[in-house]
Design a protein around this ligand. Structure first.
Ligand code: PEP
Ligand code: MN
Length: 263
């Protein structure tokens, strides 16, 4: 179902009016997690001001340590619904488990399946029965083939609105959190009709590497970028070191669009 020759042409996934996989570059920006009403609204305001139409933020956070901030859960979803109304933004947020999937599905315009859950087959099947588009992150050690089989689980249950997202893989390089696999973008697009996005934030874990790696993803043919940004990264409850400052976020949006136009 995911193969390039399974359908005529390429799949375009529409999320609240934003077409991912069409001629325009799709941009998604926002904090790692929903932390408070004030934080979410502050970030949403400048994200919307840059012309970006999709806001990312997790209410349920898959954290490496069980002692780390786990997200605001249902309260976070409620804040996301509020921010959607206030700024007319589409909401991209993660579902981490089958048990809370219904609530995430109701509140989201696009449901993210995180890297750690790429081979959580029960969750993938549930995402396949979801009535919202799905953003499927690549697992930190998944091959392209394994990633496409994960997409196949979702597609097989009937949800044809799947977008793939490269977010870096684990390699021997230790200067960054992960290694952005730029070549997987054109390689994936050769094998599948599904749109492919790049997340330069989790791919690098370092604010200073996010813009160059995001631009590299666009140059490699990514259909869009998923980027973390925070109004006060020093105070962020998760992923502060990789969050773009508001001014950097605006710079990335402008430069990514320029690179995309030049292709
Ligand atoms: C995220 O997008 O905040 C996230 C947890 O991403 P990943 O699953 O790629 O680590
Ligand atoms: Mn994050």
């Amino acid at each position: 179902l995911a193969s390039a020759d399974a359908v005529a042409g390429r799949t375009v996934v529409e999320v609240r009016g934003v077409r991912i996989g069409g001629p325009d570059l799709a941009l998604v920006g926002g904090p790692c997690g929903v932390e408070s009403r004030e934080q979410l609204f502050t970030v949403a305001r400048y994200v919307a001001e840059t012309g970006v139409k999709l806001l990312r933020a997790g209410a349920f956070k898959p954290r490496t340590s069980p002692y780390a901030f786990q997200g605001l859960g249902l309260e976070g979803l409620r804040l996301l619904e509020e921010v959607r109304r206030e700024f007319d933004l589409g909401i991209v947020t993660e579902a981490t488990e089958v048990e809370t999937f219904d609530a995430v599905e109701r509140s989201a315009d696009m449901v993210q399946i995180g890297a750690r859950n790429m081979q959580n087959f029960a969750l993938l099947r549930r995402a396949g029965r979801c009535h919202k588009p799905v953003l499927l992150k690549r697992g930190p050690s998944a091959t392209l083939e394994e990633w496409l089989y994960a997409a196949e689980y979702v597609l097989g249950e009937g949800n044809r609105n799947v977008v793939l997202c490269e977010r870096g893989i684990r390699t021997w390089s230790d200067h960054a959190r992960n290694t952005l696999d730029v070549s997987v973008v054109p390689a994936a697009k050769a094998l599948t009709h599904l749109p492919v996005m790049v997340d330069p934030s989790h791919a690098t874990g370092r604010r200073d590497l996010v813009i160059p790696c995001g631009l590299a993803g666009v140059a490699a043919g990514a259909d869009g970028l998923l980027v973390e940004t925070h109004c006060n990264p020093e105070k962020a409850l998760s992923d502060g070191p990789q969050a773009l400052l508001p001014s950097d976020f605006i710079r990335l949006v402008e430069r990514a669009q320029a690179v995309h136009r030049a292709l």
